[in-house]
Design a protein around this ligand. Structure first.
Ligand SMILES: Cc1ncc(COP(=O)(O)O)c(C=O)c1O
Length: 366
């Protein structure tokens, strides 16, 4: 079945007389449990929960591997790194990945004796640093620079050298790109973004094909206590049903905005993998089924970017991306990324495209 149908039915039980289409969230710290606990479906709230199980079933169907849900994207990132990396191991990170993923390895794991190697996403440059490594970490399209690497090519090279591969698939979502089918061992995501898509919760997940790694990722959650709230998981599962239609509008808006910005004289370096002349377009067209809802561009300096935000009526100035409302931010205000002061990351929302373009035109003129 196609994506729009799959997301509606994913993780939803078969019809049964008198039951709701989807059961409500289960709030429970403990469950009735007499005698021998082994084999009981649910026993204690840190071990498992029926609301997690339904959402994980949905994610497994979309990712093509079994899924474990965590309370945030960073909790999912930390789970993979914590399960895989040991002192003396080497990890190959993208030098342009989401800032906090880099901070986590460079601060925490490096201090425990993990060697951190970095190379840019663009041009598959991480391939040069794989010899003897334990884990290759990819992020494509990268946040915030929107460079793209060839997952299948890098995963094949990593497999040849005995290196595990994790892909942070946050910007694409499993409806835009399926890392496990391209050869990755782990597909990691912040579901805080487009997958849940309403800017009202934090969540993350890891999907894996090897049952052994899935068991270890689940045990990590239990033992670290890195567990999500049932309400957040239930809301994310509810939102999943509209993921296809949301992405359809968001990606179309992103392309329309990228095309519009590329024509404006005051705008420089528009990046969107869906633009035919974008450096990432060739690889993106091969491995992605949609080009995503995030784009970036540069205004001449900090002041012009701040004037742009002050003049826009529709674009929320906010961090994060993937929500219903178009939002954007001057990314350099956080530090950490190698980007100019006027660099803006833009997340296209669900608004009418003409309203967005009119608003952008007004804000740019200001
Ligand atoms: C690519 C990427 N990975 C991971 C994360 C972390 O996700 P969360 O904020 O849900 O912990 C983010 C957050 O912005 C992200 O952009």
């Amino acid at each position: 079945m196609r994506d729009a149908t799959r997301v509606i039915h994913a993780g939803v039980p078969a019809p049964e007389q008198g039951t709701p289409f989807r059961r409500g969230p289960t709030f429970a710290s403990t469950y009735h449990l007499s005698g021998e606990p082994a084999g009981a479906p649910f026993s204690y709230g840190r071990f498992d929960n029926p609301t997690w199980a339904d959402f994980e079933q949905a994610l497994a169907e979309l990712e093509g591997g079994s899924a474990v849900v965590y309370p945030s994207g960073m909790a999912a990132v930390a789970a993979v790194m914590g399960c895989v990396l040991r002192p003396g191991d080497a990890v190959v990170m993208p030098s342009d990945s989401y800032y906090t993923s880099r901070v986590l390895v460079e601060g925490y794991f490096a201090a425990m004796g993990v060697e951190v190697r970095t190379a840019p996403t663009e041009g598959d440059q991480q391939a040069q640093k794989l010899e003897g490594a334990r884990l290759l970490w990819l992020e494509t399209p990268s946040n915030p620079g929107l460079d793209v690497c060839d997952i299948a090519r890098l995963a094949a090279e990593a497999r040849r050298l005995g290196v595990l591969v994790a892909v942070d698939n946050t910007t694409a979502t499993p409806l835009g790109q399926r890392p496990l089918s391209l050869g990755a061992d782990f597909s990691v995501a912040s579901d805080t973004k487009a997958l849940s898509g309403h800017s009202d919760l934090l969540l993350g997940h890891v999907a894996a094909t090897d049952p052994d790694w899935s068991a270890r990722l689940r045990l990590w959650r239990t033992q670290m206590g890195s567990i999500p709230g049932p309400m957040e998981v239930w809301l994310a599962h509810r939102s999943l049903g509209t993921l296809d239609v949301r992405l359809e509008r968001m990606c179309a808006n992103a392309l329309a905005i990228a095309r519009f910005l590329a024509e404006r004289p005051e705008v420089h370096r528009v990046r969107y993998p869906g633009l035919p002349d974008d450096p990432a377009h060739g690889v993106a067209a091969r491995q992605m089924s949609r080009f995503g809802h995030v784009l970036s561009f540069e205004l001449p300096n900090r002041e012009s970017a701040e004037r742009f935000f002050a003049a826009s009526r529709l674009v929320y100035e906010a961090t994060s991306f993937g929500g219903l409302h178009s939002s954007a931010e001057r990314r350099a205000r956080w530090g950490g990324d190698v980007i100019p002061e006027g660099f803006i990351r833009f997340s296209a929302g669900l608004e009418d495209p003409d309203d967005l373009l009119e608003d952008l035109s007004r804000a740019l003129s200001a």
